[in-house]
Ligand binder design. Structure first.
Ligand code: KG4
Ligand code: ZN
Length: 331
């Protein structure tokens, strides 16, 4: 018998609901983006986000079921992101999921948002072999994670200041490009020589797998003050971020002896990062995987996929599940 999971994701500024069968067949995947609501503020306003989730979540649940061609009775389990993220946003999803699980008398599964990003890879690749290394790059995180098996994560390195996506967003704002910054930096950089100006790359102490991006932001601001064109700064910035991400991922892969490297999170939608990491990983004789672009940014299909593997190992949540804004991934 197949297992159909209804998954809800509301950790930041996208309300998302998906219906996933057997961990990989996406029967419905709907995302309501709040970008227009936050654009005028130049970033996510937590109070606005939770109110928008509250308005969007019920209609989106109905829409997802209808797109999957089913009703509530076809749902075998309900999954939800319970952290990390904005507490008010997370609570909307967690409450909706608990209500659905209780009313349907079905299991409830709590999923870590970053775990979800990693599992976006399992939606399209069903033959991944452990151990794996994952680079998770989002608006809130820049993590190098070793994955020994399903649900077995160990953090090898993380950012000491800004996350990669946060750096994209901040630099886009100072260049006057708008929000969210990642895709706008990528567009502005297109056709510009990334070597026209040089920006610093923070490698930290020798052997460190941690990241630091805040110096890059300051350096970009200086170039802007000197009157350099936005496209040139965007190209140099993007190149500097990608260089450090790729170098450290390769170093981590070598150190822990994995055969497969996964890329995940919103910044994984970046073309230069996808291409460079693929070339370097494959050049080292390893296998490279990254989700299609629409599954890199926040969505609920990835939550449904991660939840499937939790369900298989009996890792269920109780109706006392709460939002955990600072939930870590692994040890
Ligand atoms: O994973 P995500 O959708 O939400 C969080 O969990 O934070 O990631 C959002 C981040 C934002 O910082 C956004 O600017 C960045 O991902 N992003 C990109 C691109 N698309 C989204 N960064 C670089 N290039 C892109 N094409
Ligand atoms: Zn995310």
């Amino acid at each position: 018998m197949s297992i159909v999971i209804l998954a809800i994701e509301t950790s930041c500024d996208e309300t998302a609901v998906a219906v996933v069968e057997d961990g990989f067949r996406v029967l419905a995947d709907v995302v309501h983006s709040q970008v227009p609501d936050h654009q005028k503020f130049g970033g996510v306003v937590p109070e606005v986000a939770s109110r928008q989730h509250l308005e969007a979540v019920n209609p989106l649940l109905e829409e997802a079921l209808s797109r999957a061609g089913m009703d509530w009775t076809g749902v075998h389990a309900v999954a939800v992101t319970y952290g990390p993220g904005l507490v008010g946003s997370l609570l909307v999803g967690v409450t909706a999921a608990k209500a659905a699980a209780f009313a349907l008398d079905r299991p409830l599964i709590g999923v870590n948002h970053l775990e979800g990003h990693v599992y976006a890879n399992f939606l399209t690749q069903t033959d991944l072999h452990f151990p794996l290394l994952a680079l998770v790059v989002s608006g809130g995180h820049t993590d190098l994670v070793h994955m020994a098996g399903h649900g077995r994560f160990a953090l090898l390195g993380c950012t000491r200041d800004d996350a990669a996506g946060e750096a994209f967003d901040k630099v886009a704002r100072l260049l006057g490009l708008g929000y969210p910054g990642g895709p706008l930096i990528e567009r502005a950089a297109a056709g510009c020589d990334p070597g026209a100006v040089s920006l610093p790359r923070a490698y930290l102490e020798p052997g460190s797998l941690d990241f630091s991006f805040s110096g890059l932001k300051t350096a970009a601001a200086k170039l802007k003050a000197q009157g350099l064109a936005s496209g040139v700064i965007a190209a140099a910035f993007q190149r500097a971020v990608v260089d450090v991400l790729v170098d450290k991922t390769l170093a981590a892969a070598g150190r822990c002896g994995v055969r497969t490297v996964l890329l995940a999170g919103g910044v994984a939608a970046n073309g230069l990062l996808r291409d460079e990491l693929a070339a370097r990983v494959e050049g080292a004789g390893l296998r490279f995987c990254c989700p299609p672009r629409h599954l890199c940014t926040d969505n609920a299909a990835m939550i449904g996929c991660a939840a499937y593997y939790r369900l298989l190992r009996g890792d269920l949540a109780g109706l006392d599940l709460n939002a955990v804004p600072g939930l870590p991934l692994g040890d």
